[in-house]
Design a protein around this ligand. Structure first.
Ligand SMILES: NC(=O)c1ccc[n+]([C@@H]2O[C@H](COP(=O)([O-])OP(=O)(O)OC[C@H]3O[C@@H](n4cnc5c(N)ncnc54)[C@H](O)[C@@H]3O)[C@@H](O)[C@H]2O)c1
Length: 408
C-alpha cells in the first residue's frame, strides 16, 4: 500500500539515537520494510487517514532513514538488546540492519542532565564549534545517504529546567551573542535545535527539555522558513487526560482533584530520578489540565517514580474526584499498564513525515497541525495552545486535506 510519494527518502537525525524510543522507531521502520509489522499503533496508517496521508505526499514509513547522535556509542542492535522493548524474534530480524547504525558523537553537558553522562562526545570546543559540527553531520548524512530531506528529532534524556524568559533566549541576536560567549544557559538541546534550524532541517522536540520553545529560536525558524514542532510527546497518561477532561467539562462535572502517578524503570526513568530533570517533566505534564477545564484545579498532583523492576513497562494511575448535580461526589479511576516506547515510537515516525511534507510546502515556523502529538504544543507567543485531543485531531486532518489539495 502506498504511504506517500514513491522514491522519496527522508533522513531522521535523532538526538539520543541509542535511546529506547529512538531504537524502537528505527527497528519499527525496519520491521515495516520487511513486512513484519502491522499498522497497529501508527496514527496515520489506519482508516481513511492512510489514503489522506498518501494523497498529501507523506513519505512512506520504509523510506525513513535513521541516524543521529548519542553520548553512548553502542550500535542500535546492541542498544535494542539493552532496552529490551522488542520481542526476541523482532530483535533477530532487525539485527543485521541495526548493527550497521552507530550514533555520531554527541554534545553533552552534565550541568543540564546530571544522571546521563556518556563518553561518546564531540571534541572539545565551545558552542559555535558544537553547532558547526552538528550542521556538518546533517550535511554529510544528507549527501552520503542520497536523501531528499533530513529532519531532526530530539529524543535525548530530559534536561534540567531553565527559565525561558532569560534575555539570552529573547531574540535571535541575543541568542547568537550567547553562542559567541559560550553562555552557560544555552544547553545541548538548544544547540541541536539551533544547528538544525540554521542548516534548514525541520526540527521536533519530543522531550520536555527547553529547546526550540524560546522566542529566539521560534523567530529564527519562522524567519528562515523551517518547520518546527514540540514539545514532549503525548503518549500515555496525558493522552487520556486530554480525552477525559473535555468529556467531564462537556457534562459540567466539576473536577475537585486529579491525582496522577507513574512508575517506570527505563533509562528515561533514571534521568528523571534527578529532581532538576523531573521538574521539567512535571511542568509539561501538569500545565494543561486547567486549560482543558477552563478553571484552576488546586489539587492536581502529578508524580513520577523511578522503579526499576518495570523497565519500559510504565504503569500510570489516575484518580479523579468529581462533583456532579446536587453536589453529589464521584470518583473515576484509570490504570494504564502501557509500554512507553511502543506508544512513543510511532508518533516519531508521523512527526517526521508531516514535518517533511510541511517543509516541501515551504511552511516555516510552528507546525501547529502536529499539536496532537505533544503534551505542551508550541504556540505563538501570546496565544494559548490547544490541548483537547479531538480538536487537535481535527486540525491535523484539516491540514492533511489542505496538503493533499496543494501537493507540489
Ligand atoms: N512514552 C515515551 O517514551 C515518551 C513520551 C514523551 C517524552 N519522552 C521523552 O523522550 C526522551 C527519550 O525517551 P527514552 O525512553 O528513549 O529515553 P532513553 O534514556 O532510553 O534515551 C535517551 C538517549 O539520549 C541520549 N542522550 C542524552 N543526552 C544526550 C545528548 N546531549 N546528546 C545525544 N544523546 C544524548 C542517552 O545516552 C540515551 O541513549 C526522554 O526525554 C523522554 O522524557 C518519552
Amino acid at each position: 500500500v502506498e504511504h506517500g510519494r514513491p522514491g522519496r527518502r527522508v533522513g531522521v537525525a535523532v538526538v539520543g539515537l541509542g535511546g529506547a524510543v529512538a531504537t524502537t522507531a528505527a527497528a519499527g521502520v525496519e520491521l515495516l520494510r520487511q513486512g513484519l509489522a502491522t499498522d497497529d499503533g501508527l496514527p496515520l496508517a489506519g482508516g481513511d487517514l492512510r489514503a489522506l496521508a498518501a494523497a498529501a505526499g507523506l513519505v512512506d514509513y520504509p523510506d525513513l532513514v535513521f541516524a543521529g547522535w548519542d553520548l553512548a556509542d553502542d550500535d542500535l542492535a546492541k542498544a535494542a538488546e539493552v532496552h529490551a522493548v522488542l520481542e526476541p524474534w523482532q530483535r533477530d530480524a532487525v539485527a543485521p540492519a541495526l548493527s550497521a547504525v552507530t550514533p555520531w558523537p554527541g554534545v553533552g553537558d552534565p550541568a543540564f542532565c546530571r544522571n546521563i553522562d556518556g563518553e561518546h562526545r564531540m571534541g572539545a570546543g565551545g558552542h559555535r564549534a558544537a553547532v558547526e559540527a552538528i550542521a556538518a553531520d546533517l550535511e554529510r548524512f544528507r549527501d552520503q545517504g542520497d536523501l531528499d530531506n533530513v529532519v531532526v528529532v530530539n529524543l535525548a534524556s530530559t534536561e534540567r529546567r531553565v527559565d525561558p524568559a532569560l534575555p539570552v533566549y529573547a531574540t535571535p541576536e541575543a541568542f547568537a551573542a550567547g553562542l559567541d560567549r559560550d553562555d552557560p544557559d544555552i544547553g545541548p538541546a538548544m544547540l541541536y535545535a539551533y544547528a538544525a534550524i540554521t542548516a534548514g532541517a525541520p526540527y521536533a522536540n519530543f522531550t520536555p527539555s527547553v529547546s526550540v520553545d524560546v522566542p529566539a529560536l521560534l523567530d529564527l525558524a519562522a524567519a528562515t522558513g523551517v518547520p518546527v514542532a514540540g514539545k514532549d510527546g503525548k503518549t500515555g497518561q496525558t493522552l487520556l487526560k486530554t480525552v477525559l477532561a473535555p468529556a467531564l467539562r462537556a457534562r459540567a462535572l466539576r473536577v475537585e482533584g486529579w491525582f496522577s502517578t507513574n512508575i517506570l524503570g527505563n533509562r528515561d526513568g533514571h534521568a528523571l530520578d534527578d529532581p532538576a530533570s523531573l521538574a521539567a517533566k512535571l511542568d509539561t505534564k501538569a500545565a494543561l489540565l486547567d486549560d482543558l477545564l477552563g478553571y484552576h484545579v488546586e489539587d492536581h498532583l502529578v508524580t513520577i517514580n523511578y522503579y526499576r523492576p518495570r523497565g519500559d513497562a510504565k504503569e500510570a494511575w489516575d484518580n479523579i474526584d468529581l462533583v456532579g448535580f446536587l453536589g453529589q461526589r464521584m470518583q473515576l479511576k484509570v490504570n494504564f499498564l502501557c509500554r512507553d516506547s511502543i506508544l512513543a515510537a510511532p508518533l516519531v515516525l508521523e512527526i517526521a513525515r508531516v514535518l517533511d511534507a510541511a517543509d516541501v510546502r515551504g511552511q516555516g515556523g510552528i507546525a501547529a497541525q502536529l499539536g496532537v502529538f505533544f503534551k505542551a504544543p508550541l504556540a505563538a507567543p501570546g496565544t494559548g495552545a490547544e490541548h483537547a485531543l479531538h480538536v487537535q485531531e481535527r486540525r491535523l486532518r484539516d491540514w492533511l486535506v489542505a496538503a493533499a489539495a496543494t501537493r507540489p
